[in-house]
Ligand binder design. Sequence first.
Ligand code: ZN
Ligand code: ZN
Length: 348
Amino acid sequence: MELWAIVAPGKPLQKIEQADPVPQGTEVLIRVTHCGVCHSDLHLWKGEYDLGGGKKLNILDRGVTLPRAPGHEVLGEVVAIGPDAQGVKVGDKRVVYPWMGCGTCAVCARGEENLCDKPHAIGVIHHGGFGSHVLLPHPRYLFDYGTVDPAVAVTFACSGITVHSAIRKLGEIDRAASILLIGAGGLGFAALRMLQALGHSSVIVTDINPAKRDAVMAAGATAFVPAGPDLIAEVHRIAGGPPAACIDLVNNGKTTQTGLDVLGRGGKLVLVGVGGGEIALSTAGMIFRPRSIIGSATGSFADMTAVIELANSGKLKAVPVSCMARDHANQAMERLEHGEVTGRIVLV
Ligand SMILES: [Zn+2]
Ligand SMILES: [Zn+2]
């Protein structure tokens, strides 16, 4: 197998060759046909996350070893199975649930491996879809994506379930209530599509780049408001008051503060991105104007099942995807880093 791998933080990915793994026990070997490129891949490539207050989290302290092929949105064909792998056969085309946990704790047992304390994520701790093959420990990570275009279905593994999980955290919310989305990148578009699929009729989108307006409005957003000093007043004017909720898909501290400040009493802020940074929180202010701040990391098996069902029912419209050859992995990362991408780049 060949891998486009991170060999040193921030240095160009290098193509390396390794022997094809032979699946043992319940293991399954996938030949990768599609791999979405995510902002988290950029963070992994740069080697660190900004935790705010001048603190950084180095990926090597997160259990990552190099070289590592990134890519956690993986879709492909089963090419070999271990003797104990059941419910799967060679030739099956499946999308991979990449947020593997230990597989044995109570959290994993209830299908929330993304919340396990011992993460084993594909494309982070194990080689991901920037390689020609991915080895999985068990067939339970494989999901039948039905009749959906594989270049779209591959995005369910991260962006799809991440936004579904974030929206689920809003709880029971009036479908007509206004929701503000911060960020019109891959996750922002996915969130807009998911809210529409779930019947939400008032979605306002903001982004630092005013050029995103046309694409956001063409996708059916209620309004687009560029980031700036008038953002909160403008959102209140359009929504007829504070929005019921805000999902911050950038979460760089500045956007997070905006997300908190834009809300009124009872509002919910869900944090999704790993932009880094920090916010000032008036503790008494959280009583006089009570709001919830909820962190959300990827999604569960149930989110994966729900997103695939929504897509196959026709309710979930596809996010824009542009395909690039895997051998252009470095250019794909650069395009994403420079904000040149609307929707998702998919390596094929
Ligand atoms: Zn991702
Ligand atoms: Zn676990």
